[in-house]
Design a protein around this ligand. Structure first.
Ligand SMILES: NC(=O)C1=CN([C@@H]2O[C@H](COP(=O)(O)OP(=O)(O)OC[C@H]3O[C@@H](n4cnc5c(N)ncnc54)[C@H](OP(=O)(O)O)[C@@H]3O)[C@@H](O)[C@H]2O)C=CC1
Ligand SMILES: CC(C)CCC[C@@H](C)[C@H]1CC=C2C3=C(CC[C@@]21C)[C@@]1(C)CC[C@H](O)C(C)(C)[C@@H]1CC3
Length: 428
């Protein structure tokens, strides 16, 4: 294959352009390490001054690279096992469709069996708490190395395989955004694998390690820890159960695979999304009988908020769009009102997508809140996820809006007139 230095015409750079693409890869890895340090400090205040810094000895453990590389190899092995069905992705620029194995849920189940086995063999899973910092350091290192490999190897990809946004010719920006849309080694799809396997399953394993640490320290797991583990396990199991739906998301259809997604998948998700569980290890929620009743009542409400409202909206809207994009004639979506676009694709203007322009973000945000509430109201840290996620989704919605306006032009404008709110009905 020949060396490809062609650039795509690029209207506007995203994430703050070259400056953002230079600063984010420095700032976000440091943020992960900082948050992990704060969450285990007694005060656990993100606003603490001077900031809590870890002694260098706490950043490294020779076991960490073994665990990280072993984990990636194990999940790659599960990915390659001939289990589950094979599904096709969306149509690519050259008219072809890639094939993807749908066996993520199998991988989660086998991982659960292995975890149970390791517990039975007496492996100290609670030790993951002590290893969090060195593991995060290694995951960050792997993210940089993989992104570098992806950037270099993308020069051998054909032009039609490049993502629209990540080949501007500016090395820092392209390294960050990702040049190639679907980089593969043979039939192994690196982006699809990283999006759903090592980081997402790693997140629930870390959570479980935190639960075991709590059991080690206090002989039993707290209600708050069980709720956080349960909610987040539901989220991950749902993502893997509905794995096929990820093939119509922005990450897979539009974004290149560069540092932003590699780091997001391999380091950011497992180590910041598990902060609530890590926080609870050091900051148990002590409850008076009155407090316990209030928390239990609150948790029943949270359970409703999480499962009945947030989860329902999130799942139904994602599945509706996925079904519509795969087969608009399917009985579950064929009766929905749509508008035509010049590209031949139609846009849903009724059902969930007629409520707001991103109903899936609304459901996801409701769930995010439900994950933090069991950690009480005395600290900001457990609410980090809610704050970050709100910013991420508002920014993501704006990015998607720009892409859709460029793709669908006038049809998108009439969709916006029909459905004026972006995420929160009557608010935003
Ligand atoms: N937990 C986490 O950290 C994160 C979770 N998420 C979740 O991932 C899920 C997927 O999100 P994301 O990939 O951002 O975006 P979406 O799955 O919403 O995909 C956006 C795309 O959907 C299509 N679309 C938009 N409006 C319509 C419509 N009215 N009718 C038909 N198709 C439409 C467009 O693509 P086209 O027309 O080309 O098909 C658009 O580009 C969400 O639930 C989100 O909450 C996202 C980011 C982080
Ligand atoms: C650190 C960066 C600035 C931002 C990184 C963003 C990433 C962490 C997220 C981008 C889109 C994501 C999705 C999920 C996880 C987080 C990232 C990678 C997702 C796999 C979570 C589970 C959901 O059910 C989903 C719909 C499959 C999600 C898809 C998008």
């Amino acid at each position: 294959m020949k060396f490809n230095k062609q650039k795509s015409p690029q209207a506007e750079k995203e994430f703050g352009g070259t400056l953002g693409a230079t600063c984010i890869p420095v700032f976000l890895p440091l943020t992960v390490l900082y948050l992990l340090c704060v969450c285990r400090s007694p005060v656990a205040s993100v606003l603490q001054w001077p900031p809590v810094l870890p002694p260098t000895a706490q950043l490294w453990d020779p076991l960490a690279p073994v665990l990280i590389l072993g984990w990636m190899a194990l999940q790659s092995f599960f990915y390659l096992l001939p289990m589950g069905k094979v599904s096709e992705g969306m149509v690519l620029k050259d008219g072809s469709r890639l094939k993807y194995p749908i066996n993520g849920f199998h991988a989660l189940c086998i991982t659960a069996v292995l975890l149970t086995l390791s517990l039975w063999l007496g492996m100290p899973l609670g030790y993951l708490f002590e290893l969090l910092l060195p593991l995060a350091v290694c995951a960050i290192g792997v993210s940089f190395l993989l992104s570098l490999y992806l950037y270099i190897s993308s020069f051998w990809a054909p032009h039609h395989a490049l993502a629209q946004g990540g080949n501007t010719g500016n090395p820092l920006y392209d390294f960050f955004m990702g040049r190639e849309l679907n980089p593969r080694i043979g039939s192994f799809d690196l982006k699809y694998f990283c999006e759903l396997r090592p980081g997402l399953i790693g997140w629930v394993v870390i959570n479980f390690g935190m639960l075991m640490k709590e059991v080690e320290l206090r002989d039993s797991a707290s209600l708050a820890m069980i709720l956080v583990n349960g909610f987040q396990l539901l989220y991950v199991a749902d993502a893997l159960w509905n794995e096929e739906a990820v093939l119509t998301t922005m990450d897979i259809v539009h974004d290149g695979f560069g540092f932003m997604l590699v780091f997001g998948d391999l380091a950011w998700v497992p180590f910041t999304y598990s902060l609530q569980a890590a926080f609870l290890v050091v900051h148990p929620q002590s409850l008076s009988p009155l407090g316990a009743t209030a928390i239990v009542t609150l948790n029943v409400c949270i359970l409703h908020l999480n499962i009945c409202a947030g989860y329902y909206i999130f799942r139904k809207s994602n599945s509706q769009k996925n079904q519509f994009r795969r087969d608009p004639t399917h009985p579950s979506v064929s009766k929905l009102e749509t508008i035509a676009t010049a590209t031949g694709k139609r846009l849903l203007v009724s059902g969930w997508w007629g409520l707001v322009r991103h109903p899936n973000y609304l459901g996801d945000l409701l769930m995010a809140l439900a994950w933090s509430l069991p950690c009480g109201f005395n600290h900001l840290l457990p609410y980090f996820y809610v704050v970050y996620f709100t910013v991420l989704l508002i920014h993501r919605e704006a990015r998607d809006e720009r892409h859709c306006r460029a793709k669908y032009g006038l049809a998108w404008d009439s969709y916006c007139r029909r459905v004026p709110y972006r995420i929160f009905p009557y608010i935003y």
